[in-house]
Design a protein around this ligand. Structure first.
Ligand code: AHR
Length: 514
């Protein structure tokens, strides 16, 4: 949680960040730093799996070594698969067994052909290589409950049953124990094969949830929400929250102008808060009609079970600039990197409500990592992501910020009158004896000498990691072999740090021992 005092333009020249490392708010779930790999564009083929690469970039199985190394660097805790929109017509059975027998199928989400050369067993093998946990999304478009149960049995079955035995026959003796399963993807969307009405989806989701948990009670189920601010979200939570563990929401934004571009994540922050309220509304609702006897009406929550939010698609994405059916290969600039840093601040500030978040996506498609036949580029957005994934763990800490604010056009427009877009966007986290403060200065022109209250370490220096700043332009991008935007590391004397200059258009992470 960050509270704000918004200053006038004159006062805004002297901002303040105030915190106390003991003022912890909530545990940060490490799963908020998840990834997402979809059969879309060059994410799987040419991204994580590139068997035809002739430049020594793959291992003996065809997996890209540079991608694996990047995942190791990031320590990605969980990866969602196989879609996204792709999943609505996906037959998982096509992607197992000997490769030469796997059918090619029309792919209706992105208008392509799916070769099925990469499927469940390859994804599990890759997850093991990159040391991450799989999160599978079920096909609730053309797929049936029977298919879903079969996939769960194939992945997690440990008994002498057909699909568990099929997995063994395919060379995988041990169950994969996939814990996270999503009940469909964006099934509300008009672009979906088998788009659903909320009433139909809710009925179906309850039946699927019951059956899936009968087969494997250890799994966690993720309900298909929308953007968190819709009647779809309200209704499906109301009907299904007792049967599920997380509620999924998605949001993308993007604008070629800087301030509208960095304003987008505040819509997501509001969506998290609204979804959190909808979750409680669903838990607290008391149905009066069947209870003539008032003594039987519970006044407390109907259930102690409180689902969390799974923000399993988030990022900067302008789908006109980088269309989905053309591979959605966004080239990210410094402004986008700052937007991503704000997204991550938002996740830390709202840690109480978040059970998972997976950036969309992890390789090539709207991604911080871009491969080519000759190498890999870590885009501008990679660097704030890396800093958060390395350091922003443990507990979220309350912060008060006195800062100026941007006033003007936002994207989406509705947040202009709903949310504040501060010049300094801040979150803080304490992890054992290490304190971290993440600060985005979004101002295009002004660096801010900022008073720091409660920041002085008990002893030693403050480590400073900076991305962007005075010597860069907001339009700067990284190219393979020429990554100009990256992390710059310095140190400042701890006891003397009463003020710190956050450079214009920069992201800074301060780290010290409490
Ligand atoms: O991540 C790209 C696409 O965006 C996903 O397939 C879909 O779920 C969303 O609309």
């Amino acid at each position: 949680m960050t509270t704000l005092t918004i200053l006038s333009d004159e006062e805004a020249k002297a901002p303040l960040i105030s915190l106390n490392p003991t003022h912890t708010i909530a545990d940060i779930d490490p799963l908020i730093y998840g990834g997402f790999t979809e059969h879309m564009g060059r994410c799987i083929y040419g991204g994580i799996y590139d068997p035809d690469n002739k430049n020594g970039l793959i291992d003996e199985k065809g997996y890209r070594k540079d991608v694996i190394e990047s995942f190791h660097e990031l320590k990605v805790p969980v990866v969602r698969y196989p879609g996204g929109n792709f999943v609505a017509t996906y037959r998982w059975q096509d992607g197992i067994g000997p490769r030469e027998n796997r059918p090619k199928r029309p792919e209706l989400a992105w208008n392509g052909i799916e070769s099925n050369q990469f499927g469940t067993d390859e994804f599990m093998e890759w997850c093991k290589l990159v040391k991450t946990e799989p999160y599978l999304c079920l096909n609730m478009g053309t797929g049936t409950l029977e298919d879903a149960l079969a996939w769960l049995e194939y992945c997690n079955g440990d008994k002498d049953t057909y699909y568990a035995n099929l997995r063994r026959k395919n060379g995988h003796a041990e169950p994969y124990n996939v814990k996270y399963w999503a009940l469909g993807n964006e099934v509300w969307g008009p672009w979906q094969v088998e788009q659903n009405l909320k009433e139909d989806y809710a009925k179906k989701a309850i039946q699927w949830a019951k059956a899936l948990k009968l087969l494997d009670p250890s799994i966690k189920l993720i309900l298909c929400g929308r953007d968190g601010c819709s009647d779809w979200d309200r209704y499906v939570l109301q009907e299904c929250s007792r049967y599920i563990d997380m509620h999924s929401i998605h949001f993308y934004h993007g604008d070629s102008s800087h301030y509208p571009n960095i304003s987008g994540p505040y819509a997501a922050e509001r969506a998290i808060q609204i979804t959190s309220a909808l979750i409680d509304l669903a838990r607290c609702e008391i149905d009066l009609t069947p209870f003539p006897d008032f003594s039987k009406i519970s006044t407390g929550p109907r259930t102690a079970h409180r689902p969390t939010i799974c923000f399993d698609e988030w990022n900067v994405w302008d789908s006109e600039r980088a269309p989905g059916d053309k591979g959605a290969e966004e080239l990210y600039n410094l402004s986008d990197a700052l937007a991503v840093a704000i997204w991550l601040n938002i996740f830390i500030r709202n840690a109480k409500d978040l059970g998972m978040a997976t950036i969309a996506q992890s390789v090539n498609v709207i991604s911080p990592l871009m491969t080519s036949p000759t190498g890999i580029c870590k885009q501008t957005t990679y660097w704030p992501l890396l800093l958060f994934m390395k350091y922003m763990h443990g507990k979220s800490v309350a912060v008060h910020v006195r800062t100026g604010a941007y006033k003007g056009k936002t994207n989406p427009e509705w947040i202009e009158s709903t949310c504040t877009v501060p010049k300094l966007d801040v979150s803080a986290a304490v992890n054992g004896e290490w304190m971290h403060v993440a600060v985005v200065n979004v101002d295009e022109e002004n660096s801010f000498e900022t008073e720091l209250s409660g920041v002085a370490p008990a002893s030693g220096d403050i480590q400073v990691f900076k991305v962007g700043g005075e010597s860069y332009s907001l339009k700067d991008v990284n190219k393979e072999g020429n990554e100009t935007i990256k992390i710059m590391e310095t140190r400042v004397k701890g006891e003397e740090t009463k003020k710190f200059v956050f450079e214009r258009h920069s992201f800074t992470l301060l780290r010290w021992k409490v």
